[in-house]
Every structure is written in structure tokens, then in C-alpha cells.
Design a protein around this ligand. Structure first.
Ligand code: HEC
Ligand code: HEC
Length: 328
């Protein structure tokens, strides 16, 4: 009886196909219709018109051919980039821009890592910051005004799946007025990774003293290390650059008057802006200090601090001379 079906090849083929189709729908298609297959982190904010315009430029320029946007759960990646990527971060990604090639670093946690001014300047001239960088210049984005109608229709298309993105054309127009593709790109880059907490700051032990303080060889070495790693942002003499990085030899530290001990310098250099929470000072709203803990040894960092203290002493001495002259 059961063997009878095998003697009817067409019926067998039809029934086998139907059975396989039912199985496929149950195991593959049906789960995709369930909301829990499309998680959305509570902290995930929908794209603004300007950010979405930047994402479009990112896609058009093929940035994902050199940059990934996904941190894998591997200790080495988490140490370098921060918290690994979660499914719930990607709800608004149509299509995903994960990429598969890392000619440049992963950008999933780029938001807030650098100040806006740095991002604008680096986009226009990557080699100014990293001389061996093979990233092309995107200076041409400056001055190319955004098309509000295009962004509105993109938002409207996304709103089919995400009603919260439904655009108000007048508002989009106002938001994009006078903005160019460089503005959009920076706005996009600065929101990357916003839905996950920044790296946890380790509480700094501020009683640790610099083992290399006043060590002449360390001061010389520190000057060279500073020139190689820090001068692009803080300036050759550590006096800072407007809009990019603060002076390191004035008596303001993280935007508050009053210097801090060497250990606080160590914490900032090693942990970058994420260390601020452990130091109890606000600093710049957008942060932007790179963490060097993975690249520089403790000896190197203490050497740089020894040089900075030396510079600061010079500066103070010159200031006094200056005052003395003025009082004369
Ligand atoms: C040919 C490959 C290539 C392309 C294309 C490319 N980049 Fe890069 N990018 C790099 C490399 C290499 C670096 C690391 C050196 C540097 O900072 O310039 C980098 C660095 C960066 C950084 C700094 C990351 C950090 O925090 O250190 C950002 C931001 C960035 N790229 C954005 C972009 C954007 C946006 C685009 C598209 C408009 C783009 N890149 C296209 C290769 C590329
Ligand atoms: C990409 C640009 C950039 C580079 C490179 C950089 N910094 Fe910074 N640095 C900043 C910014 C921006 C701040 C302010 C951060 C904040 O307030 O969150 C800062 C803050 C600091 C502070 C806190 C002091 C203060 O007065 O606010 C120290 C110390 C510091 N940097 C040292 C260094 C050293 C040493 C290096 C090189 C090893 C370095 N930085 C490289 C951008 C940079």
C-alpha cells in the first residue's frame, strides 16, 4: 500500500515539492515575519534626515569597500573597537553596510571617537593625519548641497517598514538647508554606534607617580613620541589647536581650571575620552581623544608625560619672564 505512491512519479514529485515547501515556510519564512527576529535596541534612535543623507553618500562612495561596520565578539576586536555589535543595532539598516574588507579600521564605534573638526579635515586630507593612509581624499563633498526631495523620498520608503521615519517634507527641507555632503557624512559618522554604551572607564588611581619624572632620556624620548602620535591634534608644542584638541600645557584640564596629577594624564592618554568618567571632569562635549593604551607602552606614556611637564615648566618660566618685563 505505502509503495503505491512510488509507482506514480508525477504525484510523488508534486507531493514531495509541497512537503519541502511547507517545511521551508515553517523553518525559514515564518520566523522572518515575527517581530523578535527584528530586534531593535531601546537606545537605538532613528536616522535624522541629515544622517540618512550621509549614509547615502557613504554607500555611493563605496566606503564599505575599505571599512567594515561590525565588531565581532572576539577579544582582540572588542579591545580595539569596543563593545561587539548586536542584532538590535541594525534595525534601520536597509541594506546593511557591514562590509567584509578592512583596508581601514572598523567604523561601527566611530561616533564620538574624534571631534567633528577632525572628521571634516581627515575626510578632505587623510594623509595629513596618517601619512601612509591610502584612503582617498573626499574634499569634493564640501560644497555639494543636499537634495531635500531625494532624502524625503528615501525616508518615505523606509517609513513603510518603520512608521517613525515618516518625513515631514518642510522639516526635512529646513534641516538640510545650506548643508552639504561633507556635513551629512560627518553627521552620519558621529552617530555610528550610538545605541551601545561607550567603553567603561576604569577608575583612575590618582596617587600613582610618574616613575620617569625628570628623567632626561625619557623627556627626549617623550618629545619624539609626542611628535609622532599627538602633535597632529595637540600641535607641535602641545599648545592645542582651535576646534581640534586642547592645550596640554595650560592650567585647564578637561575644561576645568586647575591641573591634575600625572596619573590623570596617564588615564587620558591610555583610555582616551572614555577615561573622563573616571576622572570626574566633563571635558569636551563630543570627546575626541584617542585611546593609546593599545599602541603605546606604559614607559612610552610616562615618557610623554615627563616631556609635557618639562614643556609646561618652560612655558610657566617664559610666562613669568614676560610678566616681569611688562611690570618693568
Ligand atoms: C581605499 C580604502 C579606503 C576607502 C575607499 C575609504 N577609506 Fe577610510 N580609511 C582607510 C584607511 C587605510 C584608514 C586608516 C588611516 C587613516 O586614518 O587615514 C581610514 C580611516 C578612516 C577613518 C578614521 C577612523 C579612525 O577613527 O581612525 C574614517 C572616519 C574613515 N576612514 C571614513 C571613511 C569614509 C566616510 C569613506 C568614504 C567616503 C572612507 N573612509 C573610504 C581606507 C579607506
Ligand atoms: C585625534 C586627535 C587627538 C590625538 C591624536 C591626541 N589627542 Fe589628546 N585630546 C584630544 C581631544 C579632542 C581632547 C579633549 C578630550 C575630551 O575632552 O574628551 C584631548 C585631551 C587630552 C588630554 C586631557 C588634557 C586636557 O587638558 O584636557 C591629554 C592629557 C591628552 N589629550 C594627551 C594626548 C597625548 C599625550 C596624545 C598622544 C599620545 C594625544 N593626546 C593625542 C585629541 C587628540
Amino acid at each position: 500500500m505505502a509503495g503505491a505512491i512510488y509507482r506514480k512519479p508525477i504525484t510523488l514529485a508534486v507531493m514531495a515539492t509541497v512537503t519541502i515547501l511547507v517545511g521551508s515556510v515553517v523553518t525559514m519564512a515564518y520566523p522572518m515575519l515575527r517581530a523578535d527576529m527584528h530586534p531593535k535596541l531601546a537606545t537605538l534612535k532613528p536616522y535624522t534626515a541629515l544622517q540618512l543623507a550621509g549614509r547615502d553618500v557613504y554607500q555611493r562612495e563605496g566606503c564599505m569597500n575599505c571599512h567594515t561596520q561590525v565588531v565581532r565578539p572576539l577579544p582582540s576586536e572588542v579591545a580595539r573597537y569596543g563593545a561587539y555589535s548586536q542584532a538590535g543595532e541594525f534595525a534601520y539598516e536597509h541594506p546593511f553596510l557591514w562590509g567584509s574588507k578592512r583596508t581601514g579600521p572598523d567604523l561601527a564605534r566611530e561616533g564620538g571617537l574624534r571631534p567633528d573638526a577632525w572628521q571634516y579635515d581627515h575626510l578632505a586630507n587623510p594623509q595629513k593625519y596618517v601619512p601612509r593612509s591610502n584612503m582617498p581624499s573626499y574634499a569634493f563633498l564640501k560644497g555639494r548641497l543636499l537634495d531635500a526631495d531625494q532624502v524625503t523620498s528615501h525616508l518615505a520608503a523606509l517609513a513603510v517598514l518603520h512608521p517613525e521615519l515618516k518625513p515631514d517634507p518642510a522639516q526635512v527641507k529646513a534641516e538640510l538647508a545650506g548643508k552639504d555632503e561633507a556635513d551629512a557624512m560627518v553627521a552620519y559618522l558621529q552617530q555610528l554606534g550610538h545605541a551601545v554604551p561607550r567603553r567603561q572607564a576604569l577608575a583612575a588611581d590618582l596617587t600613582v607617580e610618574n616613575p620617569l619624572a625628570h628623567d632626561v632620556a625619557a623627556v627626549v624620548k617623550g618629545q619624539k613620541l609626542f611628535a609622532d602620535n599627538c602633535a597632529v591634534c595637540h600641535g607641535d608644542e602641545a599648545k592645542g589647536q582651535e576646534g581640534i584638541a586642547p592645550s596640554l600645557i595650560d592650567d585647564v584640564f578637561l575644561e576645568v581650571k586647575g591641573d591634575m596629577p600625572d596619573a590623570a594624564y596617564f588615564a587620558m592618554i591610555s583610555g582616551g575620552s572614555d577615561a573622563k568618567a573616571g576622572l570626574g571632569r566633563p571635558g569636551l562635549k563630543d570627546g575626541g581623544m584617542t585611546a593609546f593604551g593599545g599602541q603605546l607602552s606604559k614607559q612610552d606614556i610616562w615618557s610623554i608625560i615627563a616631556w609635557l611637564r618639562n614643556q609646561k615648566a618652560h612655558e610657566a618660566a617664559e610666562g613669568d619672564d614676560h610678566d616681569a618685563q611688562e611690570h618693568r
